[in-house]
Design a protein around this ligand. Structure first.
Ligand SMILES: CC(C)(COP(=O)(O)OP(=O)(O)OC[C@H]1O[C@@H](n2cnc3c(N)ncnc32)[C@H](O)[C@@H]1OP(=O)(O)O)[C@@H](O)C(=O)NCCC(=O)NCCS
Length: 172
């Protein structure tokens, strides 16, 4: 049975190897999540160390999904830090390792992230995602509202151009 947990900084560092493996697997699987191929677990480590530090500063909530003691999925809430956006946060880096997809883990992670963000007083979440990819339909199913598409916003890991869809959701 999968378990979804919210991690502190030291717990994040404890599962660095699993997080590195997830991010590398998603990039090598073709997901447009900020990095280019080739991308190894070692390449992912500076990113996750930065996330751990942000968790320690209280700027980010990091959720993980574990199956049989191994972290196979993750998502983040990044609090908007501007003084005029105390009610807002970004939903970031929903990633599920290919070995664990299709079992409802992303839905569990999204529900946990939205619930905790609301509990901490945020009532507006924003995310962006590659247009036409599986995550886009998932966010719509979970009640997110499509704001629009920005053409050629980013690249896929293989260098192809990638449109981006911006979504928001009112919560709490
Ligand atoms: C998108 C992603 C997070 C989905 O994770 P997952 O754990 O396999 O998703 P779930 O099992 O929770 O499925 C949730 C819903 O999405 C649907 N879905 C998931 N992957 C799908 C796919 N490849 N094609 C069609 N539908 C899909 C499921 O059918 C399910 O819908 P249902 O509840 O009506 O059955 C995963 O494919 C992934 O990590 N992709 C690479 C990284 C990425 O693109 N992240 C998004 C960044 S914004």
């Amino acid at each position: 049975m999968p378990v979804v947990r919210l991690l502190n900084e030291s717990q994040t560092l404890d599962v660095l190897a699993d997080l590195n493996a997830i991010l590398a697997d998603c990039v090598e699987g073709g997901a447009s999540v900020g990095f280019m191929s080739p991308f190894s677990p070692a390449d992912a480590e500076p990113f996750w160390r930065g996330v751990a530090a942000a968790v320690g500063r209280g700027e980010v909530l990091l959720f993980v999904a574990e199956v049989e003691g191994r972290v196979v999925g993750t998502v983040q809430i990044g609090f908007a830090l501007k003084p005029n956006q105390p009610h807002r946060a970004d939903l970031m880096k929903l990633l599920v390792h290919r070995v664990a997809r299709g079992r409802g883990l992303s839905k569990r992670l999204m529900q946990a992230a939205e619930t905790e963000a609301a509990r901490r007083g945020r009532n507006l979440l924003v995310l962006d995602t590659a247009t036409g990819e599986p995550a886009e339909a998932l966010y719509e199913k979970l009640g997110w509202q499509r704001s629009g598409v920005i053409p050629d916003y980013a690249l896929f890991p293989d260098g192809r151009s990638c449109d981006t869809t911006v979504f928001y959701k009112r919560i709490g």
